[in-house]
Design a protein around this ligand. Structure first.
Ligand code: UDX
Length: 457
């Protein structure tokens, strides 16, 4: 099944049971990684306390308001908050001394110049944690961090608190945004990177409900740190390869969805992450491929495939804008309807969203353009980036009204049900550029649309 049309019950837990031994877990950072992880661990009956410096965020969470959109999160969040297994604080001193495990889930944003991962929040967290450690504690890094960061965290803690009885481990997260709760309960693997047995043992205890249900991979800390980058870079390459194949198919008269379906049936290749589109985005793939390339240069190891992927993906978003503009070359003050602003379907996150990049390119290349956009969840996030440069609509048809061309930029499942006849009656022009292959090629062309999709002419 193609991942873009997944409809799943995010809270479905299959045969996972609660933890027999309740653990005390502190989580530093309540973002897209920290919050779903905290909620998931609380659901296993653990006692979870989440720490964040942002006072307003913690206040909202305490009052039962979730601070980010994630399918299934609110339901489990409210349940565990009500039942007293989940709490929030800005005061790290309330959380660390009692914790069996401390999870660091703070951001590692890219350095704007070098693109290496900026670790200031990681080290700040380590420095704050160090003096508060009393009994044996495992400090686990959930954030994606460059190889060797665990060594530095350990040195820092030991320097600040030489008596600390601590095991620093790497515990990468593989949660997809929009599916974070589902992924939490259905991991393909749990990777634990530790340099001592007691680190493995404690984390295995924390994840006891998964024992026998998923793969536990116990490796060295540096290997674990590398696994996270290597996995994300590989997935980014896979998407980029599908995108290059799409360009090839358009020239060679093949249909990319048929080609990738044929490839994906080979279990060595697998069908997922082969959906050609406008390029990958989000808070992980762009950042992690860049950080991986940086590490390659640092260690003098040639990661040429990663470098080619980064370059090709950036170029692709420009080409996609040009593809849309080619449809309105002759039109003065062209009106474009945009469906989708988030970096992918199922999330309100617009970080590194191809949709936002494409819109910015459109505005730059055609200053006379008017863009009306609709996204089921991401309007507010997009507004923070694009301000009033575009018009935000409350449904797909309002965005389509009077448009010369309609462009699908995000793979929201809802867009599949767009009524093409109604859309045709509302639009000024008869052109669709479907960069996510969400609509029916046959139906659109039958209705008389000039329909341009990815990897098929
Ligand atoms: C990713 C990883 O999948 C997850 O394991 C990791 O821990 C965090 O980073 P996420 O960033 O949430 O997750 O999104 P993902 O679903 O991987 O999609 C990333 C980007 O690739 C999106 O822009 C998406 O639209 C695009 N994509 C994905 C494609 O263009 N084609 C595909 O086939 C799959």
């Amino acid at each position: 099944m193609l991942c873009k049309i997944e409809k799943i019950d995010p809270c479905e837990r299959g045969c996972l049971f609660k933890n027999e031994e309740i653990m005390k877990i502190a989580i530093i950072g309540t973002g897209y990684v920290g919050l779903p992880t905290g909620v998931g661990l609380a659901e296993f009956d653990n006692q979870v306390i989440c720490v964040d410096k942002e006072r307003s965020k913690i206040e909202q969470l305490k009052q039962g308001k979730v601070t980010l959109f994630e399918e299934g999160l609110e339901e489990l969040f409210l349940k565990n908050l009500k039942e007293g297994r989940l709490s929030f604080t800005t005061n790290i001193k309330e959380a660390i001394p009692k914790a069996d495990v401390v999870l660091i889930a703070v951001g590692t944003p890219p350095n704007p110049k070098t693109k290496e991962a900026d670790l200031k929040y990681i080290y700040a967290a380590a420095e704050e944690i160090a003096p508060l450690l009393s009994d044996f504690t495992v400090v686990a890094t959930k954030s994606t961090v460059p190889v060797g960061t665990g060594d530095k965290i350990e040195a820092l803690i030991k320097q600040k608190n030489p008596k600390a009885d601590v095991e620093v481990i790497s515990l990468p997260e593989f949660l997809r945004e929009g599916f974070a709760i589902y992924d939490f309960f259905h991991p393909d693997r749990i990777v634990i990177g530790a340099n001592a047995q007691r680190g493995f043992d404690r984390i295995k205890k924390m994840y006891a409900p998964f024992e026998g249900k998923t793969n536990f991979l116990c490796v060295s800390r540096r290997s674990s740190e590398t696994i996270k980058y290597a996995s994300n870079a590989f997935l980014a390459m896979k998407i980029h390869y599908a995108n290059e194949l799409a360009d090839f198919c358009e020239k060679a008269g093949a249909i990319v969805s048929e080609v990738t379906q044929g490839m994906g049936l080979d279990t060595r290749i697998g069908s997922r992450f082969l959906n050609a589109g406008p390029g990958y985005g989000g808070s992980c793939f762009p950042k992690d491929t860049n950080a991986m390339a940086y590490m390659g240069r640092q260690y003098g190891a040639d990661l040429s495939l990663v470098a080619a992927t980064i370059k090709g993906n950036a170029l692709r978003k420009k080409k996609m804008a040009e593809r849309i503009l080619a449809q309105v070359e002759e039109v003065k003050n062209p009106k474009v309807a945009v469906l989708g602003l988030a970096f992918k379907g199922g999330t309100d996150d617009c970080r590194e969203s191809p949709a936002i990049d494409i819109i910015q390119n459109l505005l730059e290349l055609r200053p006379d353009i008017q863009i009306k956009a609709y996204d089921p969840k991401a309007t507010e996030q997009a507004r923070k980036i694009l301000g009033d440069k575009i018009i935000y609509e409350t449904d797909m048809y309002k965005a389509a009204e009077g448009a010369d061309v309609l462009a699908v930029l995000t793979e929201w499942v809802d867009f599949k049900s767009l009524d093409l006849e109604k859309t045709l009656s509302l639009m000024e022009g008869k052109k669709i550029v479907d960069l996510r292959n969400m609509l029916s090629f046959e139906k659109a062309t039958q209705l008389g649309f000039k329909y341009s999709s990815i990897g098929r002419v």
